[in-house]
Write a protein that binds this ligand. Sequence first.
Ligand code: NAD
Length: 433
Amino acid sequence: MRIAVIGTGYVGLVAGTCFAESGNDVVCLDIDERKIERLQAGEIPIYEPGLEELLRRNVHDGRLRFTTSYAEAIPQAQVVFIAVGTPPGEDGSADLRYVLAAARSIAEHMRDYTVIVDKSTVPVGTAAKVAEAVRGVTELPFDVVSNPEFLKEGAAIDDFMKPDRVVIGATSQRAFEVMDELYAPFVRTGNPILRMDTASAELTKYAANAMLATRISFMNEVANICNRVGADVDLVRKGIGTDERIGSRFLFAGVGYGGSCFPKDVKAVVKTAAEHGYDFRILKAVEDVNETQKRLLYDLVVGHFGSDLSGRRFAVWGLAFKPNTDDMREAPAVVVIEALLAAGASVCAFDPEAVEEARAHHLGDRIDYADKPMDALKGADGLILVTEWNEFRRPDFEAVKQQLKTPVVFDGRNIYRRKTLEQLGFTYYGIGC
Ligand code: NAD
């Protein structure tokens, strides 16, 4: 099939590459000229494991190309995916400016019946708004489909190639059939393609992210009482996770969720509910708990060293909002580091992939960056672990101790064992254990 993907971010680039990999002819379009120039030169603007190899192969085989021109991408396309950003507006609702601008540009350049697919995460009612925007420009026939994306950054290729399910919201049989054909190669092992109306498809994506965020905030609250009653959240996690109704995944306590999706999607559901006269109390609490949790590491540091941190220096391991990505949107590391700087401390950070992103867009030169994890520790008063990259899991603790001025570890992801570290002479702080 001939496909166009609008927006070459984490979702668009992965989707475009994977559709090319399954034999389609794909054009990826972005209005960011610099991004497209880099892609045309064979450079990948984001870090996503496995993407580079797949993208190069498909470009080489002629199934994947990049452009900034709607006139080039749209006229031939049978299916056009909208995968642009939907950032939160000031009131928490999803900002649909980019989605609707893309819809109008598609309408201006389509030449025949086209299936226009909302891949971006959008509030209920957006498919109807997109249809209205297209109808305002062209009289050609089209269908608007809601096909939310469930990939996880850091495992995006695998998630896209082998989805647990594909959700398709549409109003016409023709559109359902086109989408079935397109996704057939990805569900050969029997995972379902779920057909539904567009409102249900749109809400499915928000409900999934809201449920996952709720599990995180719930476990963080359990961790916070563990601290107070002398229980170990890791044992409680195993204890409840073996109940099949609960399941063991996504139950880890930590320093709160971040990223481009959970924070904005939780806000957007609360806002959608309010617009329809409903107060979504649980999700308000989920958000509230998360905001407090993001500062917890800082509170632990202050509990240990006192509130005046001037002259203190801290090593931070992990800047990305989670491992295996360079994405720092809403990253807890930024909250912790900002709080440390405001209290007079200095920071040296290490991250395997996110340093460039941190320097360019989040922390600039206000902190130092190390090339290796051990280098960040030199002369620091303590180690603060924020992101659980695999390479942080088994450090040489004797070497860690030698580098640090005082042997204190603040483990924001519970990846170390208190007993082991205390035996080695460290003071250890975990999250509920
Ligand atoms: P992103 O910010 O990485 O990329 C969006 C891209 O769209 C940018 O490159 C931007 O330049 C481009 N763009 C904006 N307006 C455009 C226009 N009119 N025409 C062409 N290009 C345009 O965003 P992302 O993380 O890929 O997320 C995209 C959508 O997918 C969001 O709605 C998000 O909620 C959703 N989503 C994201 C993830 C994730 O893990 N990142 C997972 C599932 C769903």
